[in-house]
Design a protein around this ligand. Structure first.
Ligand SMILES: C[S@@+](CC[C@H](N)C(=O)[O-])C[C@H]1O[C@@H](n2cnc3c(N)ncnc32)[C@H](O)[C@@H]1O
Length: 289
């Protein structure tokens, strides 16, 4: 009760709520990006598929948003270069001010940001191209998705790799809400799916942030996607000229309880061709040109 009064008093005194003080891109990066994991995952797959002593140096980050991954890629090795592509100039500007400039002049000189549609950009051939956090699901027809994949295919060196992720599971084809604490913040992150249309697989999703002072950022980010299936994506990748598609799945700890359906992830991924359905999963495509 006392806490509620304190919060009201603070608001009357003109104190800004936590929601008003928060930076949306900071929150987004903390909630859904883990670039250290991604870079290690890309390096491991590259060595497995292209040779133990091979190190990828060039990365194109499609739908790069704040270009956190492109920045961290170049920070991870002084020989690395990256290109980041995004339609939203404000998000790219934020990334320039908050990720690239603080990384220093050398890193900045090795990252090129392009404010364009990924479908229209022609880049030099890269070792790797990635499309993370399901961004390509904005392409809702096979033709559009194929145009994007053909562009990626052309943008890779002959032994280049393409990485992307996909969400799925029984709860993905329904309305649902998932909340988790945001580490290091007095806040929680909420993923909400408000509609799923089984006729065309349109999926409407939102990210909300809830703060410990009771303030909220509802619909901080919204996504109007087609929920593609793994076989549909595989087929379109092969139609676009790619030679081999690998699906990586997270390994789970066996909790020994046959009645407990909750599976705890290990953070380790392995290539699979057969797997049981789960409530929710995140799979990685690793695709060879
Ligand atoms: C889900 S965010 C992904 C951000 C980041 N890549 C990540 O992994 O979290 C999607 C981003 O794609 C951008 N975007 C949407 N359509 C695009 C297009 N056709 N071409 C380039 N960028 C696009 C949006 O501006 C937004 O920054």
């Amino acid at each position: 009760m006392g806490q509620v009064k304190d919060k009201k008093k603070a608001r009357k005194a003109g104190a800004k709520t936590m929601a008003k003080r928060a930076d949306l891109h900071d929150l987004y990066q903390a909630a859904v990006q883990s670039t250290e994991f991604e870079i290690e995952f890309y390096e491991k797959r590259y060595r497995e598929l292209r040779g133990k002593n091979k190190t990828p140096l060039t990365l194109r980050e499609d739908f790069c948003g704040t270009a956190l991954l492109a920045t961290d890629w170049c920070k991870s090795n002084p020989k690395r270069e990256a290109i980041g592509i995004d339609l939203c100039s404000d998000t790219l500007k934020w990334g320039m001010e908050n990720n690239l400039k603080p990384a220093g002049a050398d890193v900045q000189s090795r990252v090129t940001l392009i404010n364009e549609n990924v479908l229209d950009v022609v880049t030099n051939e890269m070792d790797m191209i990635c499309a993370m956090n399901f961004s390509y699901c904005i392409f809702k027809s096979r033709d559009l998705l194929r145009s994007y994949f053909v562009n990626v295919h052309q943008g890779l060196k002959k032994d280049g790799l393409f990485f992307m992720d996909l969400l799925g599971g029984t709860c993905t084809t329904d309305v649902c809400e998932e909340e988790r604490d945001l580490e290091g913040w007095d806040a929680s992150y909420v993923w909400e799916q408000t509609s799923y249309n089984p006729i065309n697989h349109d999926l409407q999703c939102y990210i909300h942030f809830l703060f410990n002072d009771g303030s909220k950022l509802k619909k901080a980010f919204s996504y109007d996607w087609r929920l593609w299936s793994i076989p549909e994506i595989e087929e379109i990748l092969y139609e676009s000229g790619f030679s081999k598609v690998h699906i990586y799945w997270e390994e789970f700890k066996d909790n020994g309880d046959p009645d407990d359906e909750y599976l705890e992830g290990t953070g380790r991924y392995r290539a699979v061709r057969k797997i049981s359905q789960q409530e929710s999963w995140l799979a990685y495509f690793v695709v060879e040109k």
